[in-house]
Write a protein of this length. Structure first.
Length: 74
């Protein structure tokens, strides 16, 4: 294996590890909400309407791709 191939392999592996650790950190930082708490939140603030949901941007794919925007269409 050549030096460049090894370097590329290590770089990709590190990218994967960092992405996994970032996902784990996000999961740890999101507070747990019990069913009772969730019902209280819904009672106090209501449920978002369909109009408001259209204004939201789903960043799930962006996070999964390490901050890169996918060029493929749905």
């Amino acid at each position: 294996m050549e030096k460049q191939e090894l370097k590329a392999l290590i770089k990709e592996t590190m990218r994967e590890v960092i992405q996994e650790e970032r996902a784990n950190l996000c999961q740890i930082l999101i507070p747990y909400v019990s069913d009772e708490e969730q019902q209280e939140i819904k009672a106090e603030f209501g449920i978002p309407s369909a109009e408001k949901e259209e204004e939201l941007v789903d960043l799930t794919d962006w996070i999964k791709n390490g901050g890169k925007i996918s060029q493929t269409s749905d």
